[in-house]
Structure formats: structure tokens, C-alpha cells
Design a protein around this ligand. Structure first.
Ligand SMILES: [Fe+2]
Ligand SMILES: [Fe+2]
Length: 203
């Protein structure tokens, strides 16, 4: 592959930067593939102490979202919400949110960004923390979506017996979301709180 002439960026020429600009397009278009590869690699990683792998948790979350009639933004956010837990365990929620933010509804990215704090509702009291720390956001338009996301598609997704869809089931959805034009107003829908789909009453 053709490469640049420089060893330090400050010595680069117009030709060098034209070449990089072209190659960058291929790189950006490969994001979905790289994310799926990363998720697939998480099949090996049991979450310490839990009964499922990181991939199991992601698939369960996305499958529950899909089966409850969520749109593709929610499904892909569910699938990727913990993707950075191995690399950024202290702020994995924000890590994932930054990956998703240019391509999904603002409500969904906000939910991913805050899910770590909202999840503490289920266990914070066992560590002497305020399990209602999420209340600091209770007037936020996306508060309820984040509460519901954690209840329905996160805290519930550590079940070794749940029959989730395989990763291949979600490939086209990930490709669709990451092929969108970044930060498009029609996609981001700034300030619009739609919430999660209503749950159907059990028959
Ligand atoms: Fe998480
Ligand atoms: Fe999670």
C-alpha cells in the first residue's frame, strides 16, 4: 500500500494528506465491521463472577430490545452499551456513548452514557452508596428511558438460560446505523424523548 513521505506530521505534503484523506474513507466505512469483530471477541470473556460472557450480555440485551419492538437505534445501543467495559471499566458507559453518539438518536446515546449510574439502583445499597443517585437526573427528558433501559434491557440480561439471537442476526442493523451520515439532525432528533416501546400486556 502506498504510504506517506513523512515521519513527522509537520513535514507532510499536500499529496500526503490527499492520500490519507482517501484512505480514511475506507477506514471510517469499516467501523461496523470492527465493532462486530470486537463483540465477537468478547465471547471469550466471562464478566468476572457473573454466569454469562460479555457477548452473552450484549446479545441478551439487544435481543430483548428487538423482541419488545424497539427501533434499530435502541437495538444497536443495547448491543453495544457495554462494549468498552474491558478497556474503560471506570467509565465504560461514556466510552460506548461516544462510539454511538454521531449515529443514533440523542435519547439513546444519553441513555447509554448514563446507564452505569442508573444501574447502581440495583446494587449500590450493598456497597453503602446511594442507590437513587440517578434521581439527580429526574427532571431530564431522557430520565425515564434510562430507567426503563436498565430495568428491561440491562439488569435483566445476565441469564445463562436466555435464548438470545446470535451476533449475525444484528450485523445488518449495526451496518445500517454506522453507515449513516454522522450528526444528521433527522437522525439525532435532539430533545425528542420517545422512551422505550410500550410493553404488551401478558396474555
Ligand atoms: Fe454497563
Ligand atoms: Fe450492561
Amino acid at each position: 500500500m502506498k504510504t506517506v513521505s513523512f515521519s513527522q506530521m509537520k513535514d507532510g505534503t499536500a499529496e500526503d494528506y490527499a492520500l490519507l484523506h482517501e484512505l480514511e474513507k475506507d477506514h471510517v466505512s469499516g467501523t461496523a465491521k470492527r465493532l462486530l469483530r470486537e463483540l465477537a471477541s468478547q465471547e471469550e470473556e466471562t464478566i468476572a463472577g457473573y454466569k454469562v460472557t460479555r457477548l452473552d450480555h450484549a446479545l441478551q440485551s439487544a435481543t430483548r430490545a428487538y423482541r419488545e419492538g424497539a427501533d434499530v437505534d435502541w437495538i444497536v445501543c443495547a448491543l453495544l452499551h457495554d462494549i468498552g467495559d474491558g478497556l474503560a471499566p471506570q467509565n465504560h458507559d461514556r466510552f460506548a456513548a461516544e462510539i454511538l453518539r454521531p449515529f443514533v438518536r440523542e435519547e439513546c446515546a444519553w441513555t447509554v452514557e448514563h446507564h452505569g449510574l442508573f444501574q447502581t439502583h440495583y446494587y449500590g445499597h450493598f456497597y453503602g452508596w446511594d442507590r437513587n443517585a440517578r434521581d439527580e437526573h429526574k427532571d431530564h427528558p431522557y430520565y425515564q428511558a434510562c430507567v426503563d433501559f436498565c430495568e428491561r434491557w440491562d439488569q435483566s440480561c445476565f441469564d445463562p438460560d436466555y435464548k438470545a439471537e446470535p451476533l449475525s442476526f444484528f450485523e445488518d442493523m449495526v451496518a445500517e446505523v454506522f453507515s449513516r451520515k454522522p450528526y444528521e439532525a433527522d437522525i439525532i432528533k435532539e430533545g425528542v424523548a420517545s422512551g422505550l416501546p410500550m410493553l404488551q400486556a401478558a396474555e
